[in-house]
Design a protein around this ligand. Structure first.
Ligand code: THU
Length: 140
């Protein structure tokens, strides 16, 4: 069973770690592995802009680099620094593609406004007809 409130809470907490001197848009993510472990991430910006990394990819790359390859869900919380309340922050296209590499259609993407207020999407909903590892396996 997924403890969605806990996952959203961790994503919200990770917003405090965001390094965003350019956008001041702080995003936190919490990635639940199939073994029950959780890897967190925040966005990390750069003066040269393009090397910036989103919170979701930070969480994925931390997990994969620690040997985790199977995932159940990710919670994402993002919004302007100092905003009174959050809007739902959907993952960018690049992050959706990184999810596609490691996750199946039913992987849950939980967009959090607070611990209790969230929307759930599947990866299939947010990235229909995606290109994934299996496309390279086909002998046609
Ligand atoms: N960002 C994320 O970290 N995740 C998202 O889902 C959307 C955007 C970051 C990238 C950049 O540091 C800032 O938010 C503004 O785009």
């Amino acid at each position: 069973m997924i403890n969605r409130e806990n996952l959203c809470g961790k994503a919200l907490e990770m917003r405090d770690r965001a390094y965003t001197p350019y956008s001041h848009f702080n995003v936190g993510a919490a990635l639940l592995c199939k073994d029950g472990s959780i890897y967190t991430g925040c966005n990390i910006e750069n003066a040269a802009y393009t090397p910036s990394n989103c919170a979701e990819r930070t969480a994925f790359f931390k997990a994969v680099s620690e040997g985790k390859l199977e995932f159940t869900a990710i919670a994402i919380a993002g919004g302007q620094e100092g905003a009174e309340s959050l809007e739902y922050c959907a993952p960018c296209g690049v992050c959706r593609q990184v999810m596609r590499e490691f996750c199946g259609d039913s992987f849950e993407i939980i967009l959090a406004k607070s611990r209790e207020e969230y929307q759930i999407f599947t990866l299939a909903e947010l990235l229909p007809m995606g290109f994934g590892p299996e496309n390279l396996d086909k002998k046609m």
